[in-house]
Design a protein around this ligand. Structure first.
Ligand code: ADP
Length: 275
């Protein structure tokens, strides 16, 4: 079982990601693709006159402030343009993909956090009406039903709260929960960078390996959204995924390369003695 997440930042080659995954599926692997859509959401938000508002929580993590109007724009891009664009690519490649949000069939159910405490200009502020949250359970029955019948799920936030509201969740943490629930061996997380860099300005400063036990020390290199990506990877390994690989989605065959260890690999030092 292969679980891959492709981000939504600029420069990602979705054709390359889909082509690579299609050939892995056609050679007999079961797979689920999770995707993001941040750059497209930012662009559409600007066009609609509702510029994105990124906020930093008191614990230092960045997220998109998601009021009801933002949630609608978010769904237009993630569940609409991005999800259907990927499904169309797969259909052209002969893969029978089914595009679903985490709300559909309660694939990702979580808890809504309607207020968040943020830090703005050095001061704490409480924001209300936020439709964000954290995933607590995965509907594996529905995913297995699709996979058992030869369909490839293509998943995207939002998730759904217990009360049935749409909630924006972080894609990297969502895929971590999914990978752990499925008990996968490896999780591939692709973005527009070679992996975690020591120096964001220098792509040759790639960190090849992060032992889980030392993950805290590597957090200092991650800025902005990368912090949550690393947090998601750490959570996945803590919950039983053997390896998470951050790979580069600007390259041809990005998934195969990541599976071969190209990128940043996060795993337990003491895992199974293969280090
Ligand atoms: P995606 O939407 O593709 O998942 P994100 O925008 O969430 O991607 O995260 C990737 C971005 O994180 C990179 O484009 C980069 O600008 C930023 N980043 C911050 N710190 C680092 C770092 N130390 N190494 C690599 N990328 C980093």
């Amino acid at each position: 079982m292969l679980v891959v997440k492709v981000g939504g930042s600029l420069g990602i080659d979705y054709d390359a990601v889909c082509r690579d995954l299609a050939s892995l599926i056609q050679s007999g692997r079961r797979a689920i693709l999770v995707h993001g859509g941040s750059a497209e959401t930012n662009a559409l938000s600007e066009k609609l006159g509702k510029p994105p508002r990124m906020v930093t929580s008191v614990s230092g993590y960045e997220s998109r402030y998601t009021d009801r109007e933002t949630l609608t724009i978010f769904e237009m891009v993630y569940c609409g343009k991005m999800n259907k664009g990927i499904v169309e690519r797969f259909q052209k490649l002969g893969v029978n993909a089914v595009g679903l949000s985490g709300m559909d069939g309660r694939i990702w159910q979580g808890r809504r956090k309607s207020t968040i405490t943020i830090v703005e200009n050095g001061k704490r502020r409480v924001l209300r009406d936020d439709y964000t949250g954290r995933i607590e359970s995965v509907n594996l029955d529905l995913l297995n039903l699709l996979l058992d019948h030869g369909y490839t799920p293509v998943l995207t936030p939002p998730a759904v709260s217990r009360e049935g509201e749409a909630i924006n969740v972080d894609g990297d943490r969502a895929v971590a929960v999914l990978g752990a629930a499925l008990g996968v061996d490896k999780l591939v997380i692709l973005s527009n960078i070679p992996g975690l860099l020591r120096d964001l300005e220098d792509e040759t400063s790639l960190i090849r390996e992060i032992p889980l036990e030392e993950a805290d020390a590597f957090m200092q290199f991650a800025q902005g959204r990368m912090k949550k990506k690393l947090l998601g990877a750490v959570e996945a390994v803590q919950q039983g995924v053997r390896e998470v690989v951050f790979g580069d989605a600007r390259l041809p065959d990005p998934i195969s390369k990541a599976l071969a260890g190209k990128g940043t690999v996060i795993r337990r030092r003491t895992g199974d003695g293969d280090l």
